[in-house]
Design a protein around this ligand. Sequence first.
Ligand SMILES: [Mg+2]
Length: 306
Amino acid sequence: MSVSLVTVAHVNSPSDLHPRLLVTDLDNTLWDWFAAWHGSFSAMLDRLIEISGVPAEVLEPQIRAVHQARGTAEYSFLLDEVPALVEASGTVPPSERYDEALHQLHSRRRAMTRLYPGVLETLTVLKEAGVAVAAYTESLAFWTEWRIRWTGLDELIDRLYSAPDHDLPNGLTREQVRTKADDEYGLQHTKHLPLPRGVMKPNAEILRSILDDCGVQPWQAVYVGDSLMKDIAMAQSVGVLDVHAKYGQAHEKAEYELLRRVTHWSDEDVEREKELSLRPEVRPTVVLERGFAELLPVFGLDRVSA
Ligand SMILES: [Mg+2]
């Protein structure tokens, strides 16, 4: 069924009573980060195990140690820093020896990174209605910028707040590791503002600073995200209307165990996340059951028809 854009003019709508700002989480709210991560990472891992001969039981903990040191589960130079792969690949760096595994990672990531249905249409309607959009993510700068470009949201997100990237290995410079033209990196329209390194959600102070930055009061903003603990609890503590992207929740899926085994989070973080996900105590004010387009009535706008 085709999706048409319908912006309903609310002639009588006193627009100053409607929210002026949407603060949105990105991963598993606008796109299925987890599915793309799992699909691409597991394909790479399977291929690595096959061609290097290093078993999963050895690889996974070593990968986790690198992810923890770099503060991300999306570390571009991973293979060359996993000791068992360095040993198995001999005189050639693992990233060259096992480049077909990296090819799996990149091609699956491209194929599986897609917006949830209705996201593009909904953000377009919000933009036309004059609502500003700020994105707040825990993912690091490089891959977040890539996902915004890849999914076509560079025009639709006004401000992006993310932590800067991990350091590059062995004193390499950004220019040395870039293989494409400069205009294939970064964002043209979205203003990217850095957050302090290592600050995790929920962080009320960061959300308050985003509101200040955008010049709005808490009651003039709406926050949407898929995590009850990280997104909803944070929005509630700041007095911003919280909206739960229930359709995006991924932590109950069996595949989520792989992320827990190789994640950059500490053991304590993993346990805390697991425990809280099993007995959510946070009750969201608004719930998006099926998709992002259900957000529009919160802004006094009609849903896009599908
Ligand atoms: Mg999320």
